[in-house]
Design a protein around this ligand. Structure first.
Ligand code: SF4
Ligand code: SF4
Ligand code: SF4
Length: 312
């Protein structure tokens, strides 16, 4: 049986689509079982018909709609609404769609500051006026998809691991949703832990870690124990796919940044890690770069201009 599929990319980097296409043999052969009706990153499909005559965005009806990216402007909002109307099942595909992701870092800045940076002060950019006609108006901030439309399934990851992309597509073909991991990155991490609170203060993500590259990862001391800001305790597992191997960043001997979003639904990565550190007797007063704790989950009103002001 094949299913009709539409896919849209909103405010993101297209890495999720790359992951979908890079998923390898099993996933690519799986795509044969979908009748792809609309995927702007792969195929030319005119929003307003080929003659440009239609008034409304034209997205075909489909059984499955994959949406990557958060919602930052009025056009993206309209596309999300039409996808919802046209697709029976909507999957928020990737961390940007699920929690705002990296683009939600924009929520810290006034629009005018962003325009000034993009068009006038960025290194390598010739100074220009703000474009007035070619970009859709911004919404007041970047929204996760489920803040704007009903979402049926969330597949987190920046990007999601190909194993879970395959599992999700296979399950949907069978008329169900898959069970994704429910544990944290720490639960899958083989590093040596020497006890709660062994670090007294926390340094930046990368600073003087004892990575011991000549030893197996199981002999490396937990990076948080070493005093490095590792988001493993509050981040959903899954980045290693179904291999059973160590989390990807830990395997590279750098701390987890939190790209799979919170472990528990509705959880706040910043509150959860701060509470965890405090309850283990670790000083969080001078924690460097606090807002980076929301680097991947700044939608749902968690990251805003006021929090940027309060951080300084
Ligand atoms: S979740 Fe990551 S890979 Fe996917 S669109 Fe967002 S930034 Fe790109
Ligand atoms: S805090 Fe980081 S290094 Fe330590 S166990 Fe958790 S994921 Fe591994
Ligand atoms: S270790 Fe953390 S930041 Fe790195 S890929 Fe896994 S979930 Fe993402």
């Amino acid at each position: 049986m094949s299913l009709t599929l539409c896919s849209e990319a909103l405010s993101g980097c297209s890495g999720c689509e790359m992951s979908l296409l890079n998923a390898g043999g099993s996933s690519l052969s799986l795509l044969d079982r979908f009748d792809i009706l609309h995927m702007p990153l792969l195929m030319d499909h005119k929003y307003f018909d080929s003659a440009g005559g239609a008034q409304e965005i034209d997205i075909p009806k489909a059984r499955l709609g994959l949406i990557t990216g958060g919602v930052r402007n009025e056009q993206q909002l309209r596309i999300a609404e039409i996808m919802r109307r046209q697709c029976d099942v909507i999957v928020a595909f990737g961390t940007c769609a699920a929690y705002g992701g990296i683009p939600a870092m924009m929520n810290l800045f006034e629009d005018e500051d962003l325009f000034r940076r993009y068009y006038r002060t960025a290194e390598g950019t010739d100074e220009a006026l703000n474009p007035s006609e070619v970009i859709p108006p911004f919404l007041e901030r970047t929204f996760a998809l489920d803040e704007k439309i009903a979402v049926d399934f969330i597949l987190p990851g920046c990007p999601p691991h190909p194993d879970f992309i395959t599992l999700t597509l296979e399950s949907i073909l069978e008329g169900k949703f898959p069970q994704l991991p429910l544990v944290s990155v720490c639960d899958c991490c083989p590093t040596k832990r020497e006890g709660k609170g062994s670090a007294q203060r926390i340094r930046r993500f990368l600073k003087n870690a004892r990575r011991q590259p000549d030893k197996p990862i199981s002999e490396m001391r937990c990076l948080l124990d070493q005093g490095l800001l590792c988001m493993g305790p509050v981040t959903l597992a899954g980045c290693a796919g179904m291999t059973g191997g160590p989390p990807r960043c830990i395997e590279a001997r750098v701390p987890c940044r939190g790209c799979h979003g919170p472990v528990r639904k509705g959880g706040s990565q910043i509150m959860d890690i701060l509470n965890g550190l405090v309850s283990n007797g670790i000083d969080t007063q001078n924690l460097p770069d606090r807002l980076s704790l929301l680097r991947f989950s700044g939608a749902h009103g968690r990251m805003n201009r006021r929090s940027a002001r309060n951080a300084h």
